[in-house]
Write a protein that binds this ligand. Structure first.
Ligand code: UDP
Ligand code: LCN
Length: 723
């Protein structure tokens, strides 16, 4: 194929939420969130955009407006090429936040992304999320839009957590610091949703994803990343560059071979062990200088604690071992210097070292290889595959400083071997790690997904006009939100009635239609304009309760209730609920936890039979199996898309854990005063109002808080002032 299929070609949306992403001079290493993943997504997007089959690639990232970072990170759009761009999506406060603090804002990101598609009038053919945070956001988007989801983990929470625990870390402390619970849960959701998981190494599939409940090796493909060969190449004979002077001022004998390490200042990169090994080995100090490139710094004291700790420790060790004259630790470098730094080290017959505790891939290693620099690297995922493919170095145990020194001495000490490794790296990196071959492999997979899924169950963006007079809707849970205070409920009904036809009344409940309607009648509430039942399985409209058939069509995808029943009916300790509790999209049981299988076993059994379902266990006994795409949160977003209602015209009220998903996001949330403790985590989340009053009076208080029945006012949102 030659000409670009701009309109007809594939439309791919990549999501990479955290860190600082722009189209030029990437600030890699500036902070722990701006490293290999940022290089990877930007290079992948550019490479995909060159392919004739691809019509458009958008890279969605977080919009940041903060005087501590460049203005371009606030720009809503940035062109990367004719058919690729960065789209910056609001996600909570405008200021720059580290990735661990983004969790409460991801639903907001999802709502804004949906708004973007609505404005564009076009849906992507595939959504691809990178890392746990975009894995979660992307799963939500893909489930709702009905398009295939692709996931790349980059680095996995369970593995990092295990490594930290092996080193004696305190579980509670690390869970708090790294937010492992949210991260791992998001990774599980992403794996559950993904039609394709792109791994960078074989080990990632066989040893890392394997630790996850939703491990499905048949969805996983090893597609190693590439290296930009137009930037990284071997040095010419008399090569010199700007950085030479920068480095020479640190060193007594600058022409000695260089041991180069380049990494984000992150404790996982284990640069501390490298400096100790170097400091303690006299032969090494004699034979080589050490060059450390650990991002850029001005005033270390202004860095976040984790980064500060790493940098102070390195400076301390340089002083402790008195490495002055032997170690170069430049304060600044820019993107253009990076290829030159490798070349500078290659010209001095040096070695690149990466002693990280774990390294999912390690782009620096293929950059170094392509520059003709042999490598010494940790015996883990990426380095294993890279050294197997390039035969240009040694693997080491990152916890053994003596082995590290030995390997470094070997790499620089033997001239012939150095030559061989250098040549092998240049050749091997070209043959095995190119973005062009990555893209070919990737598109072969994506093509079959898009073809396989077709347009079945895809959401249509055409706006309907069946809710002609309604321009805002209150959607509330029933049990204990609308019910519990009869008089309050009647007062709310009166208020809505008096407000007129432009305010819609919606219900979202786990109950079936029949039982919800019966209860509404008992408490004197009118038939709702919109009724969402069975935890998001059904949507009905108006007095005559017309079902939304396209929603059914959408969630029907992957749904096979007969097979669910055939599997579960056989098991001990599980008993089907009454007929009235069963629905076309709800298979319900009571489960005796003493006699029956655990939830993990249950999920495993369903997965083995290739079922993609939601398993919900509540009140210690009720077990509901629902279609994977059914949820009240997604049903509400579907309504917003379908009827063209912006999220701020939807006020959502609830009281308990199963309302959490629908409360989050850009809609206006109200948690009534009698809420159950599991909603405590919503405090501080954007657009969530905790009412003082309970039950229906709490809803009334929420309506007043947002002036929902008048001109809607959203109280000032946290963080907007810090621009
Ligand atoms: N990098 C850089 N300057 C630094 C540290 C890293 O430019 O001070 C770049 C490096 O060239 C590579 C990326 O950041 O492109 C790091 O990727 P890698 O996969 O090695 O590690 P990650 O940061 O993803 O853990
Ligand atoms: C994250 C990492 O830690 C690296 O090992 C990878 O190279 C990078 O992401 C890109 O996938």
């Amino acid at each position: 194929m030659s000409a670009k299929q701009s309109d007809g070609g594939l439309y791919i949306v990549m999501l990479s939420v955290h860190g600082l992403i722009r189209g030029h001079d990437l600030e890699l290493g500036r902070d722990p969130d701006t490293g290999g993943q940022v290089t990877y997504v930007v290079e992948l997007v550019r490479a995909l955009a060159k392919h004739p089959e691809v019509g458009r690639v958008d890279l969605f990232t977080r919009q940041v407006a903060d005087k501590r970072v460049g203005d371009e990170y606030a720009q809503p759009e940035e062109e990367l090429s004719e058919c690729a761009r960065i789209v910056r999506i609001p996600c909570g406060p405008r200021r720059y936040l580290r990735k661990e603090n983004l969790w409460p804002y991801l639903p907001v990101f999802v709502d804004h992304a949906l708004g973007h598609f609505r404005r564009m009038g076009r849906l992507p053919d595939v959504v691809h999320g990178h890392y746990a945070d975009a894995g979660y956001a992307g799963s939500q988007l893909a489930r709702l839009l009905g398009v295939p989801f692709v996931f790349t983990g980059h680095s996995l929470g369970r593995i990092k957590r295990r490594r930290l625990l092996e080193q004696g870390a305190d579980p509670e402390q690390i869970d708090r610091k790294y937010r492992f619970i949210e991260r791992i849960e998001a990774e599980e959701t992403a794996l559950d949703t993904a039609a394709l998981v792109c791994a960078s190494t074989r080990q990632e599939v066989s040893e890392q994803y394997e630790e996850y409940d939703f491990y499905r090796p048949d969805t996983m493909e090893v597609i190693p990343p590439g290296v930009d060969l137009s930037r990284f190449r071997a040095p010419e004979e008399n090569f010199r560059c700007r950085m030479e002077g920068e480095v020479e001022r640190f060193l007594r004998d600058p022409e000695k071979p260089v041991i180069l390490a380049m990494a984000r200042p992150d404790e996982r990169k284990n640069i501390e062990t490298l400096v100790r090994a170097y400091g303690e080995n006299e032969a090494l100090r004699e034979q080589a200088n050490l060059l450390l490139i650990l991002g850029n710094r001005e005033d270390i004291r202004k860095f976040p604690a984790a980064q500060r700790k790493v940098l102070f420790q390195i400076l301390y060790l340089i002083d402790y071992y008195d490495l002055y004259g032997h170690v170069a630790f430049p304060k600044q470098h820019d993107a253009e210097d990076v290829p030159n730094i490798y070349r500078m080290a290659a010209r001095r017959r040096g070695v690149f070292v990466n002693p990280a505790w774990t390294e999912p891939f390690g782009l620096t290693l293929i950059e170094a290889s392509a520059s003709g620099l042999p490598i010494v690297a940790t015996n883990d995922g990426g380095p294993r595959d890279i050294i197997a493919a390039c035969r240009n170095g040694v693997l080491i145990d990152p916890f053994d400083p003596d082995a590290l020194s030995e390997a470094l001495l070997e790499a620089i000490g033997e001239r012939r071997q150095w030559e061989t490794w250098s040549k092998n790296g240049i050749k091997g990196s070209r043959e095995t790690f190119s973005w062009e071959s990555h893209v070919e492999h990737y598109l072969a997979e994506v093509r079959s997904l898009v073809k396989g899924e077709g347009r079945r169950g895809r959401i249509s963006l055409r706006r309907r006009s069946r809710l002609p007079t309604i321009d805002r809707v209150l959607i509330t849970d029933v049990d204990n939100t609308l019910t519990g205070d009869e008089e309050g409920c009647l007062e709310l009904v009166r208020l809505l009635h008096d407000a007129g036809d432009y305010v819609g009344f919606g219900i979202a409940t786990g109950r079936t239609r029949k039982s919800a309607l019966k209860l509404l009648k008992e408490i004197g509430a009118p038939t709702p304009d919109i009724l969402i039942t069975s935890a998001g399985c059904n949507i009905y409209y108006g007095e005559d309760l017309r079902p939304d058939r396209s929603w059914h069509h959408h969630i029907d995808h992957y749904w096979n209730p007969d097979l669910v029943r055939a599997i579960l009916d056989e098991l001990p300790g599980i008993y089907p609920q009454k007929k009235g509790e069963q629905g076309r999209y709800k298979v319900s049981y009571t489960l005796d936890p003493e006699k029956g299988p655990s939830l993990k076993e249950l999920r495993g059994l369903l997965r083995q039979r290739r079922l993609r379902v939601k398993v919900i266990f509540s009140l210690g006994m009720y077990l509901d199996i629902l279609p994977i795409r059914a949820s009240t949160g997604l049903a509400i977003r579907y309504l917003a898309l379908k009827w063209g209602l912006p999220p701020e015209r939807l006020l959502v009220a609830g009281d308990s854990g199963n309302d959490e998903e629908m409360l989050r996001g850009e809609t206006l949330g109200v948690v009534v005063g009698n809420y159950s403790p599991e909603l405590e985590g919503l405090r501080g989340a954007p657009r969530i109002y905790f009412a003082e009053a309970s039950h229906a009076r709490g809803i009334i208080e929420g309506l007043e808080h947002y002036r929902f029945l008048e001109e809607i006012v959203i109280p000032e949102e946290e963080g907007d002032t810090n621009v």
